[in-house]
Design a binder for this molecule. Structure first.
Ligand SMILES: [Mn+2]
Length: 367
């Protein structure tokens, strides 16, 4: 009985911190395939982050070695995504590279039967419209279509890649029924989505790793059985080594410091999920920007090395120097200064709070 593992958009990288990270994600997916006795391992494009990564001999050898540990009875089928083509010279051919046991479709659409499943596999292209008039044989078994692009019936959000200047590669709505696909295994959109139309399922498995800032939620692959030419329920398997992208909100006190619990909360979260990417989002008005900068640097160095990545976002923090150019803030601060209680007075706390609220109100009026 066929057991399908569907993944895409791994974006393997040959260098930097992402190199070891992306490979560890691949290795975990391979072990999922082994444990779950997958018979088909589908990679729907963007396995590599760029042509330079795809064509890197060291990385390709590492990927081959990783697939050596995959159950030899499991077929690996891989189509080109837009990223494999990114930065590729006009004379290059992806098919010139040896991908070992991986069946790699990079030149043109290929139809074949493998382990009781009919496959239509389409390497990435900018325009899929000509496919509508292609010939598709009458279906005899469960049929899977593999593509990399934007299917607007599954995903209605923004094309997150448009800003990079890559084509949106729209998949024509009518194509699935033309292909008579029981399951369209899709790549390109990094969020998992599924839509069912009649007997036809179209699914994005999402990226199994955190590729860039903002890709929230657990990262996963899809696994399902095919029984009597019918698909079983699609199971989403979380890839633990991928971690998650998490925004951590950090209120900044007027003195530029953070509350004492913040650091211990962050250290605890880091210990629990070392594969995560934390974006520390600071908010507030800081009187002393030097103190604030030092506190930020201390948090960053405490977290770096304990989690995959730690980035800092201070866009929502206004420092006094920025506010001092504002006439309303100047008048307000002068008025507050005239009412300042003694340092040891019980009213000091109320005064500090009032000054903070006032500055925040002026600050939000600045936007
Ligand atoms: Mn893509």
């Amino acid at each position: 009985m066929p057991i399908i593992l569907h993944t895409a958009d791994l974006h393997l990288k040959r260098a930097g911190e992402d190199h070891a990270y992306s490979l560890s994600v691949l290795k975990e997916i391979i072990s999922v395939a082994n444990v779950r006795l997958a018979t088909h391992f589908l990679i729907c494009g963007d396995m590599y982050d760029s042509f330079a990564d795809f064509s890197d001999n060291m990385l390709r050898e590492e990927v081959k070695a990783a697939f050596d540990s995959l159950n030899p009875d499991c077929s690996v089928i891989y189509i080109t995504g837009n990223h494999e083509l990114s930065g590729m010279g006009g004379r290059e051919r992806l098919s010139a590279y040896n991908t070992g046991r991986i069946k790699f479709i990079s030149d043109k659409m290929e139809a074949f039967t493998d382990g009781g499943i009919e496959f239509y596999t389409v390497p990435f292209r900018d325009n899929y419209m000509p496919l509508i008039s292609a010939y598709f044989a009458t279906k005899k078994k469960f049929r899977i279509l593999m593509m990399h692009g934007t299917d607007s019936t599954v995903y209605t959000g923004p094309d997150t890649e448009k800003e990079e200047g890559t084509g949106s590669a729209q998949i024509p709505d009518i194509l699935l029924s033309r292909v008579q696909a029981d399951y369209a295994a899709l790549g390109h959109i990094h969020e998992a989505r599924e839509s069912v139309r009649g007997n036809s399922i179209a699914a994005y498995c999402g990226s199994p790793r955190v590729w860039r800032k903002g890709e929230k939620g657990p990262r996963k692959v899809i696994l399902f059985e095919v029984n009597d030419n019918r698909p079983g329920p699609r199971e989403e398997i979380i890839i633990k080594s991928a971690g998650q992208y998490r925004e951590m909100q950090i209120p900044v006190n007027l003195d530029g410091n953070f509350s004492a619990d913040i650091k211990s909360m962050l250290m605890k979260a880091a210990e629990e999920s070392p594969h995560d990417w934390f974006e520390l989002v600071f908010r507030g008005v800081a009187e002393d920007s030097g103190y604030f900068e030092a506190g930020k640097a201390e948090l960053h160095s405490a977290l770096s090395g304990r989690i995959r990545r730690c980035t800092l976002n201070s866009l929502a923090v206004k420092t006094m120097s920025a506010l001092s150019d504002n006439p309303a803030a100047r008048v307000f601060l002068e008025a507050m200064e005239a009412r300042k209680p003694a340092a040891d007075s019980p009213e000091m706390e109320v005064w500090l709070q009032a000054r903070m609220i006032g500055l925040e109100a002026i600050n939000s009026g600045l936007k």
